[in-house]
Design a protein around this ligand. Sequence first.
Ligand SMILES: Nc1nc2c(ncn2[C@@H]2O[C@H](COP(=O)(O)OP(=O)(O)OP(=O)(O)O)[C@@H](O)[C@H]2O)c(=O)[nH]1
Ligand SMILES: [Zn+2]
Length: 391
Amino acid sequence: MRRDDLLAPDGREPRPGEGADAPCPGSGSGAEDAREAPVARDAGAAGAPLAGEVVKLDRGFPLVRLADGRELRCEHATALVKGEKVRAVIGDRVEVSAPDEHDMGIIEAILPRERAFVRKDPTERAVPQVLAANFDRVIVAQPLAEVNRRRLERELVLAYETGAAVTVVLTKADLAADDDQVRAVSDQVRAIAGPDVQTIVVSSADPSSAEAVRALVPAGSMAVLIGRSGVGKSSLVNLLLGEEVQETAAVREGDGKGRHTTVSREVIELPGGGRIVDMPGVRGLGLWDADAGIGAAFADVEALAEGCRFRDCRHGDEPGCAVRAAVEAGELAPERLASYQALRQETADIRERREQARWAQGEKASHVRISKARKAYQKSGHAKRGRRAGR
Ligand SMILES: Nc1nc2c(ncn2[C@@H]2O[C@H](COP(=O)(O)OP(=O)(O)OP(=O)(O)O)[C@@H](O)[C@H]2O)c(=O)[nH]1
Ligand SMILES: [Zn+2]
């Protein structure tokens, strides 16, 4: 997908589905089908496309909520997906048609995204993958008693890169040894996340702990919730809802169906009018465009780097490196510098792969142009005449 697909467009129409009453049920199959109202065929088929928003994505087809609140399963128009790997993602605003002969709607257009959460496609060498669009906040969940610093740094880079507001939620606080551990971990996380990021401690043993999170997702806004499997995202969503809507691991383990991992992505309406997307299955978080994200997540390192003698200092063994000096003076943790350098290297590598891919594609395209030109030439008869003349 082209980068400009992700850029901010103009003013927006009101979000379709805003103020809808019932929260979406869990990811169990079948439940959502019941809510799919048959679309007024003539409305779409008559010409004017219907505005909608992708509110659920699972292994099947996107579920689009139309401006009037009805929901419709959709497939992509062939013209939209031909050649390019364009797919509507959760939060996308789309235009759909509903032709008479189809039992599904057709996504004719995906409107430019105000914001997108993008990672490197884990199955491809140099292809981006958009996971969600048009949200206002990214909530990064980490288990308080087992914070994975490197994963947190990566999650923060990706979250910052979106340009949305960022919050860290430390989950399962009841598993902490004592209040001292809660305070110590919160302080460490604050040091990593930076002074602008709010860090909230929650526990499903204390439902009121989620209040501070709910306050960050006011009416009309949407948050996406990321974090590794089992960190307690679904449990947090249930706390925010005040009821069991998202199925959690414990529920599933109980019925002997093995470890549950949420597979669908859906927009969930919260009681206060805000909306949240539980983003499951985000295991690999390969960086795509991440320069701004790294700059924001490692603002401390970049501020120090201003003092390096060379503008392109890699903070290795260059003379006059202010960053290394800070490490040696004990002002910057060596592992933080190591993370910074590793993430910078990762973006440099992906950039190079993109260049290579672009180059290879350009070569393929010119090959096609040459063989087309050759065929046209041969068809025109010039080739034969040329050959005869050369004899
Ligand atoms: N002790 C304790 N356990 C919790 C808490 N929150 C969640 N858990 C447990 O942690 C496990 C995983 O919780 P989930 O909410 O399903 O985790 P998830 O992040 O949604 O996992 P995926 O759906 O795989 O992405 C379950 O067994 C929950 O009961 C908490 O605050 N305290
Ligand atoms: Zn340096």
